[in-house]
Design a protein around this ligand. Sequence first.
Ligand SMILES: NC(=O)c1ccc[n+]([C@@H]2O[C@H](COP(=O)([O-])OP(=O)(O)OC[C@H]3O[C@@H](n4cnc5c(N)ncnc54)[C@H](O)[C@@H]3O)[C@@H](O)[C@H]2O)c1
Ligand SMILES: [Zn+2]
Ligand SMILES: [Zn+2]
Length: 396
Amino acid sequence: MRAVTWQGPRSVSVEDVPDPTIEQPEDAIIRVTSSGLCGSDLHLYEVLGPFLDEGDVLGHEPLGIVEEVGDGVTAVAPGDRVVIPFQICCGACWMCDQGLHTQCERTQVRDQNMGAALFGYTKLYGQVPGAQAEYLRVPHANFMPTRLPPEPPDERFVYLSDVLPTAWQAYRYADVPPGGTLVVIGLGPIGEMATRIARYHGTEVVGIDQVAERNERVRGLGATTIDLEAVEDVTEAVRSLTNGRGADAVIDAVGMEADPSPAGKLAQRVGALLPDAIAAPFMERAGVDRLAALYLAIDVVRRGGTISLSGVYGGMADPLPMLTLFDKQVQMRMGQANVKRWMDELLPLVVDEDALGLESFHSHRLPLESAPDAYEMFQRKDDGAFKVLFDPGQRG
Ligand SMILES: NC(=O)c1ccc[n+]([C@@H]2O[C@H](COP(=O)([O-])OP(=O)(O)OC[C@H]3O[C@@H](n4cnc5c(N)ncnc54)[C@H](O)[C@@H]3O)[C@@H](O)[C@H]2O)c1
Ligand SMILES: [Zn+2]
Ligand SMILES: [Zn+2]
């Protein structure tokens, strides 16, 4: 089959790889009909390179048709249309019972001391072949797939694999009080979906990004935006919108590859505690995260407010301003999204009506063969690239 493979930093190629086969009685093979390209793939594209091998198959946002099932699979049958979560989980262990599917005790990557295995996502997460491919092997197929009606089109349902539950969890973890204001930092697919969900709940949102089209999209949802490059003091701008206190809650939808914050004032406030002289060489050596978005979150959240981290972080020695966090009594929640936990809440918003406007959410639907260009375009945010969906059935 054809599959998108990692070949080195900023290098992916579409190759012939062996078709997946049933390995366990509870496996299913699905023929992928739509597969998302995600900000998380961009981390693999560049900074997480050391954790991949040449030829690793990428992708973790699949929707498709069941092609074949193992002897132990009763929940789905060939021909069923299904969406698959990005994490691999059994649905029956203690962690899965708590709704903590990203910590599944049957799939935890114990030799790396990590949580549940993920499709297409580095040695840290099990090096499992990914979903930007014609076919995908799905373990624990009595639990993993969510069955879908034959219509409407894939665009309505594909985000149930990752973007929707991630944004939903981000919003739930943010715990915005009634009448409160939510700041969303980073307005890529995750930040925008979190904004859509917040607006759906009637929550006031202030979005922050430096990409003009992304700010514009979010303004179209009734949010206020702050252009990171145009405003000198972002925190003051947020305070002026929030009775001088700051945001009740902040979602960081940027993560480890934040662009340096152009706001000089932020560096003075948060960075003063962690001078560049210490932080910069330390980051280079230890390869830790670029923390501009997290520092901004810490600065703009009000005292006693909540920070909800969706953006993926990977450093083991990130310098954090504990004085500020402790003194402001900030609450933080974070983690990969527990996809199946939120399914019952999400399905009604997606199946009966398009309550979140998903059918027009993507910017590009492309054949797999265009993956090398698509990765580059998405990283640079060229050509209005916002959300790319690969269609492995479309010949390039
Ligand atoms: N927790 C999860 O389960 C989960 C799931 C999916 C994605 N993610 C993570 O969510 C993050 C966003 O994903 P995405 O698909 O929306 O990616 P994306 O790269 O398209 O979006 C990131 C956005 O952040 C903006 N940005 C960069 N630096 C900034 C800064 N300093 N301040 C404000 N904005 C800044 C960029 O311009 C971009 O619009 C990534 O880190 C991704 O790995 C997490
Ligand atoms: Zn994703
Ligand atoms: Zn489990």
